[in-house]
Design a protein around this ligand. Structure first.
Ligand SMILES: [Zn+2]
Length: 56
């Protein structure tokens, strides 16, 4: 039986302290506030009401 995650977690430290940032080159990215790891945001992450920060 597969377990569906209903909230995105950090791939590295499994934290849910995630933030969406808009990167000029890569577009929306998910940033972990716990370990600082970032990756290109997935649809699921974008669909989750995470804190969204506009990078300038
Ligand atoms: Zn992390």
């Amino acid at each position: 039986m597969s377990v569906l995650q209903d909230f995105p977690t950090c791939y590295v430290c499994r934290s849910i302290e995630l933030e969406i940032i808009n990167n000029e080159d890569f577009g929306p990215m998910t940033l972990c506030n716990e370990c600082g790891y970032s990756w290109i945001a997935t649809f699921e992450e974008l669909a989750t009401p995470l804190l969204i920060t506009k990078a300038s």
